[in-house]
Design a protein around this ligand. Structure first.
Ligand code: C5P
Length: 235
């Protein structure tokens, strides 16, 4: 059973390593898991990710990889050597097979992104798919399970529907988390930290509600407290 604090992943969605460093110092021991996406990764953030991992933090590299199998597998090997904990890939079978091969023997866990949450049925049709979003999410979740992927990124609303489709031990990692009263920003389907844990999420990814808070540490600690209360009820 994870400690409540271990379930919170803070998205370091900031423009520079200096800003990320300042935030990590400010958050101190209240946070031990950080996500690095495109914005920071391409502004020197991959060396910073390595430093975070070397300092004993868990690191989630959110690169949503998708390429020919050999390129994915070799890229994943490099990310595994950084000591990262999670890496995202798009849920295409070739890509998932290659990523699982590339992480063999390391502690890196592969998370598949089934369908981007910015997509609706008309976006899928425009991209040439003859599936609705729920159909494609379910199809790809089943493929991720069969290929040996370690978890899925999904909205908290999808967590309870996806749980029966995946292997025990696969993790569900959910963005779109907003404490009660927080600004949703561009997220359309949001859930509070407590509701997401009750719905079966294993890890919560939280960006702006912490990064843009007047006191990020207080905001993070409030979310951890909410996770703890929900976890007690979940048992
Ligand atoms: O600021 P906010 O809490 O909305 O940040 C959520 C983080 O999770 C961002 O880094 C965003 O890129 C990421 N994410 C997401 N939805 C997905 C996958 C990742 O919001 N489906």
């Amino acid at each position: 059973m994870l400690e409540p604090r271990e379930r919170l992943i803070v998205a370091l969605d900031v423009a520079s390593v200096a800003k990320a460093e300042a935030l990590v110092v400010r958050l101190g021991a209240s946070v031990c898991f950080y996500k690095i996406g495109y914005q920071l990764a391409f502004a020197g953030g991959l060396s910073f990710a390595q430093a975070l991992a070397d300092a004993g933090n868990q690191v989630f590299i959110d690169m949503k990889l998708h390429d020919i199998g050999n390129s994915v597998a070799r890229g994943v090997e490099s990310i595994a050597r950084m000591g990262a904990t999670f890496l995202t890939v798009h849920a295409y079978p070739q890509t998932m097979h290659a990523a699982v091969e590339g992480r063999a023997g390391s502690r890196l866990r592969i998370l598949a992104v089934t369908v981007l949450t910015s997509y609706d049925d008309s976006d899928l049709a425009a991209a040439g798919y003859d599936f609705t979003v729920p159909e494609l999410v379910a199809e790809r979740a089943g493929q991720a399970r069969d290929i040996g992927v370690d978890g899925l990124v999904c909205s908290a609303e999808e967590a309870s529907e996806l749980r029966p489709l995946i292997r025990p031990g696969m993790v569900l990692v959910t963005p779109g988390i907003r404490p009660a009263g927080a600004d949703a920003g561009d997220q359309k389907r949001v859930m509070t930290p407590g509701a997401a844990i009750k719905a079966g999420a294993d890890y919560l990814v939280v960006g702006r509600p912490i990064v843009a808070a007047p006191d990020p540490k207080v905001a993070a600690e409030a979310i951890v407290a909410e996770i703890a209360a929900a976890q007690d009820k979940r048992g």
